[in-house]
Design a protein around this ligand. Sequence first.
Ligand SMILES: [Zn+2]
Length: 284
Amino acid sequence: MPELPEVQTVVSDLEKKVVEKTIGDFGSEWRKAVRPSFVEFRKGVIGKKIVGSRRIGKHIVLSLSSGDSIVIHLKMTGHLLFKNKEIRSWSTKLFEERVNGYVRHWFVFKDGCRLEFSDMRKFAWVALVKSDKVCDMKEIVCLGIDALDSKLTFKVFNDLLNKKPKSKIGILLLDQHWVAGIGNIYRSEILFDAGVRPERLVGDLGLGERKKIYSAMRMILRKAVKLRGTSDMDYRDTDGKKGSFQNFLKVYRRTGEKCVGCEGKVKTFKMGQRSVFYCDKCQK
Ligand SMILES: [Zn+2]
């Protein structure tokens, strides 16, 4: 599932590629995922110019000239593909990759460019909301502070940890209501880097361990943004290209492989319905 770095990559791409473009048409072959309804959405976006692109947690928000906003959640397998009028040969090849072929919705701009929404699993959604009501959406109103927000200093992070002494740190990092943006890939990487086992209770973590978790979180997410995200499975950027943080993963989906920090092997167990990856020896 796309997490903060992948969604940030898409939002930054869209800033360059679709802001200032006017929507000429919208189509969908999976109308259930279009809110409030396909007809209302289509009517609300046609003829409107996109004036901004930003991220809230794992949501993409495109603001329109009309005072409405398009809100998109990529969920498990969703990704957005931007197609120029003249698609170059390298991009045609990428767009033909199977993972990019599940186009459920599409925007056609007045200048002939297209933004297509590929989503194999069909869990992703797109909504039209009044711009001043975006933060009141049920999925957004409950979000915690963003994991890369400049206001999230170590002091603020530590105060947030102090509110959850009985939580397991591996579960808490996934809790979007606590801190937004981290999912399954980055929680394992953050805890490995910090040397802390995922099942540890927050209340038992020392100040040094808390500082290591905080630093690992900021460092890993920033590095992943710089590397345009992790494409271990379906995630692709708006060119249909893979990110490259998967080349730097130390534990995620490496079960049974040799640990990068010791002679042991990477292990896994289910935590919060998702697999968490760790090293017995490197993490205390
Ligand atoms: Zn190890």
